[in-house]
Write a protein that binds this ligand. Structure first.
Ligand SMILES: Nc1ncnc2c1ncn2[C@@H]1O[C@H](COP(=O)(O)OP(=O)(O)O)[C@@H](O)[C@H]1O
Ligand SMILES: [Mg+2]
Length: 393
């Protein structure tokens, strides 16, 4: 493949890439280090700390926490301590305790078989294993608000904050649990006992300003693009769009704009990514749904979303009814040769909790944030993405 005139390394724009430097998040990383760092000095006598991280989408909660996990594990290694940092994402790793804990155990060791164990037993065996192997653990539970919304009856917080009580009077190998959520609203679904064991340790992630977004994107431009391929005006425009409503500071959208504007510039044979490329791309994306959201959906979720997109296009309006959605869903399933899910309503509910679709009533189901965009263009774009996914491209 001939070298691109635009990109140097487009992977650096992926939502999963975490750069070495995280501008404007030093304070949050340092706070986390100042909480967990001192525990390393006397690890055999330390008690677990629960911390909550709260901030809107795209404020760097996930990448900052993962970076912190690398830093603390590295510090521990220097002190001769085997400390593992484990990142769990409830949207990906499960919304029942059974599935979530199985995945937690699997990420820590292949040595424990958890089949046929109850969630409580899994945790108990995990703790025994860690004690025996002298491994310490900090676990981050990302999107915990999503878990609690989906499964409030599981009382996961009660469960997780009780781990230290397994061996009363002794220390526990689990020295930290970090709960990440978009706001504190999920507390409404907790029992008062759960709220109080969670404690008051909260680290806030404020929305980025336009200037901060510019700093973040500028770093990324340096890694991903050829020198001079992205002029200042382009970067300014993307930063302003990302900082303002309806995006409201979600850096993921800024990174997507950079990426797709780069692709467009390349396809048009331009040597530079120009503001006009950005405007063109922006009119065709929905700032509330990014490629990352689509990737993290289950196949069934994607097919329902595809059905919704088809239904909306066929109806020409911003909403269709649940019944119509079901009808389109069955057509889509037939087309792709899959069996329709039995828990259709629950799957629709899941898409609502994820913030991807909007349900005003049973008669009005639409795409979140669609009012702010050119629906026709966006739907075409989304349809393309979804169909490519279904075909496994
Ligand atoms: N301070 C930062 N520096 C560099 N990249 C960042 C920063 N904050 C966020 N990002 C990038 O923006 C995207 C969204 O960040 P993420 O941590 O997923 O946000 P959140 O978890 O709050 O929704 C990721 O691709 C991440 O790498
Ligand atoms: Mg996140």
């Amino acid at each position: 493949m001939p070298e691109s005139l635009i990109f140097k390394d487009r992977n650096k724009l992926s939502p999963y890439y975490i750069p070495k430097r995280l501008p404007h998040r030093d304070q949050q990383i340092n706070t986390l280090l100042s909480i967990y760092g001192p525990l390393l000095k006397d690890i055999w006598r330390s008690y677990p700390r629960f911390i909550q991280i709260v901030g809107p989408t795209g404020t760097g909660k996930t990448c900052t926490t993962i970076r912190f996990g690398e830093l603390i594990a590295e510090r521990a290694r220097k002190e001769g301590i085997n400390l593992q940092f484990v990142y769990m994402n409830c949207k990906v790793d499960g919304t029942t305790r059974y599935v979530l804990y199985s995945n937690l155990v699997r990420k820590i060791t292949p040595k424990l078989s958890v089949r046929s164990l109850s969630p409580e037993e899994m945790i108990r065996q995990l703790i025994e294993y860690l004690r025996f192997e002298e491994i310490f653990l900090i676990v981050a539970f990302d999107e915990i608000d999503y878990f609690v919304q989906m499964s409030p009856k599981e009382h996961i917080i009660y469960d997780l904050t009780r781990i230290p009580e397994f061996h009363p009077g002794e220390t526990t190998p689990v020295i930290g649990e970090i709960f990440i959520a978009r706001s504190l609203k999920w507390h409404d679904l907790l029992e008062s006992g759960e709220r109080s064991t969670l404690g008051a340790g909260i680290i806030e992630f404020p929305r980025y300003t336009s200037g901060q977004i510019r700093d973040i994107l500028e770093d990324r431009v340096g890694e991903a693009f050829q020198p001079h391929a992205v002029p200042d005006e382009t970067l300014d425009l993307i930063s302003d769009i990302t900082a303002g409503p309806p995006v409201n500071g979600d850096v993921r959208v800024g990174l997507e704009l950079l990426y797709y504007s780069g692709i467009l510039a390349e396809n048009m044979g331009s040597r530079k990514v120009l503001p006009e490329h950005v405007r063109k791309v922006y009119s065709g994306i929905n700032p509330t749904i990014t490629a990352e959201d689509i990737i993290s959906l289950s196949n069934d979720g994607r097919l329902i979303l595809l059905a919704l997109v088809r239904g909306l296009r066929a109806s020409g309006s911003a909403y269709i009814s649940l019944r119509e959605l079901r009808k389109f869903y069955h057509i889509v399933c037939e087309e792709y040769g899959v069996k329709p899910v039995e828990d259709f309503e629950a799957q629709v509910q899941d898409l609502i909790y994820r913030g991807i679709i909007d349900m005003k009533s049973l008669m009005e189901i639409g795409i979140s944030g669609a009012a702010a965009i050119d629906l026709e263009k966006f739907l075409n774009n989304l349809l393309g993405q979804l169909e490519r996914r279904e075909r496994g491209i």
